[in-house]
Design a protein around this ligand. Structure first.
Ligand SMILES: [Zn+2]
Length: 467
């Protein structure tokens, strides 16, 4: 059997001022992306795998149409040139938005189907933060999605999508799908699988796994910062017994709907000023605060200064801020050198609605030149990490590398939503600041226009049952 591998992944925040361009994507071709599938050797006797193209970008704004077209056409050309195929595995995220086009993954899958024909089986894997349309589900034969957030079942999920594909090909099975959109959109910070009700709802999927005639049941919480009609939670059941698929999918959808009022942030949440007050009053020597509205790994611009301004206003005695993206400020700090005092108009240049540049004077404490140069600017007791381009700080080691010991500071502000595992392990205590930005966690503040209404929690009193 011959199986094509490839795909595309980006989380596109339609509220972000930053368009995602071709240069934002890392495109790997052929064997360059085989490291995504460390389990392939295990299946080598059953099939020949042909890696075509895999494109991935850090979350950002809507993808430029030219960039999308270039990647799609290159992938399709490879698919055409190297065929025919028994199966195609599509390695997706699921929350891509292309400017002027809704349902980009649906467009990609439909184009693949046109190339490979009706007999070829298509399997896909998704992030549970994907928004999955009926069109995408109809063009695929089977799919699966992560069951953990933070995501710790990434490799297992890819392997499951591929294993299902091989098993169906071996057995000559063409699965059916049942797709149920649930009119609920909630941020990932409330739908983590580490606490209730997410932990319980995802654990309960195991009950459906045991149902005969069911190959996979996936529950996607969706991606809330995409103002497009398909944005919602979904349940997709894949298998051979339609009645079983309907029964299990309805059960899962109803459970999710019934739990909608229970979703909450995993740590106390408040305004940035409240979080700073709570942190200063906390008995712990160090408190982490998520600057959640500008989280670059959800699509934030990464350059808002709301949290820094609040720390300076409050006269915070000892804090780290990770981070603010500002290429001109980096140039100025590189020119000045370590130990020099500089004056800069920091950040706040990308999204004038939520932020303005903040004039600051500080001392350059560290410079790490490179592809994405990082620097540390000390302003009073506050150490700010400045980067040429936005990037996440998901590991304490990322800050130690820059000469900072975050745990020695009373407050560590990070542009992030829920703390990623390494940060969570280190943080003696954590709060989530509901800061403004493209990925505002207070979603009722966002200017939704195109999402399908009614939808919870924008329409709090709506009623619904899975059809
Ligand atoms: Zn995700």
């Amino acid at each position: 059997m011959r199986i094509a591998l490839g795909g595309i992944a980006i989380e596109s925040c339609t509220f972000s001022p930053l368009p995602s361009r071709l240069s934002d994507f890392t495109i790997r071709r052929g064997a360059e992306f085989l490291d995504r599938y460390p389990f392939l050797d295990h299946y080598a006797r059953r099939a020949e795998f042909a890696p075509l193209l895999y494109a991935r970008s850090i979350p950002g704004g809507s993808v430029e149409p030219d960039a999308y077209a270039a990647m799609k056409h290159e992938y399709l050309d490879l698919l055409r040139a190297q065929g025919p195929w028994d199966g195609v595995y599509l390695d997706f995220h699921g929350a891509m938005h292309v400017r002027g086009m809704d349902d980009a993954e649906g467009d990609w899958v439909t184009a693949v189907r046109e190339v490979v024909g009706a007999d070829c089986l298509l399997s896909a894997s998704f992030d549970l933060h994907g928004n999955i349309s009926q069109r995408a589900v109809a063009a695929l034969d089977m799919l699966t999605a992560y069951r953990t957030a933070p995501h710790v079942d990434v490799i297992e999920t890819r392997e499951k999508a591929l294993r299902m594909l091989l098993d169906c090909l071996d057995r000559g099975v063409r699965p059916q799908r049942v797709w149920i959109p649930i009119p609920v959109v909630l941020p990932g910070e409330k739908t983590s699988t580490e606490w209730a009700p997410g932990d319980r709802l995802y654990a309960a999927l195991a009950e459906s796994d045991a149902a005969p005639g069911l190959l996979d049941i996936s529950l996607l919480v969706g991606y809330v910062w995409a103002d497009e009609p398909r944005a919602s939670a979904t349940v997709i059941a894949t298998g051979t017994d339609r009645a079983v698929l309907e029964r299990e999918a309805k059960k899962v959808a109803q459970r999710y709907w019934d739990a909608r009022h229970e979703f909450q942030f995993g740590v106390p949440a408040g305004s940035i000023d409240e979080c700073i007050e709570w942190a200063l009053a906390a008995p712990e020597p160090c408190v982490f605060i998520s600057d959640s509205g500008d989280n670059p790994t959800a699509g934030g611009a990464g350059d808002t200064t709301v949290a820094l301004a609040a720390l300076l206003r409050r006269g915070a005695p000892s804090a780290v801020v990770a981070s603010i993206a500002d290429a001109p400020a980096i140039d100025k700090m590189l020119e000045a050198g370590v130990g020099a005092e500089v004056e800069v108009e920091l950040g706040g240049k990308l999204d004038p609605i939520t932020c303005r540049p903040l004039p600051v004077r500080g001392v350059v404490r560290h410079l790490a030149p490179g592809d994405n140069t990082e620097a540390v600017l000390q302003i009073g007791g506050v150490h700010v990490i400045v980067t040429a381009r936005r990037r996440p700080y998901h590991f304490v080691a990322d800050m130690r590398r820059l000469g900072l010991e975050p745990l020695a500071h009373k407050i560590v502000v990070i542009k992030i939503g829920y703390l990623e595992p390494d940060l969570k392990r280190h943080a003696p205590r954590a709060f989530l600041a509901l800061t403004p930005g493209a990925v505002d966690q207070a979603i009722e503040r966002l200017p939704f226009q195109r999402i399908q209404r009614p939808i919870f929690p924008l329409d709090k009193d709506m009623t619904w049952s899975p059809g």
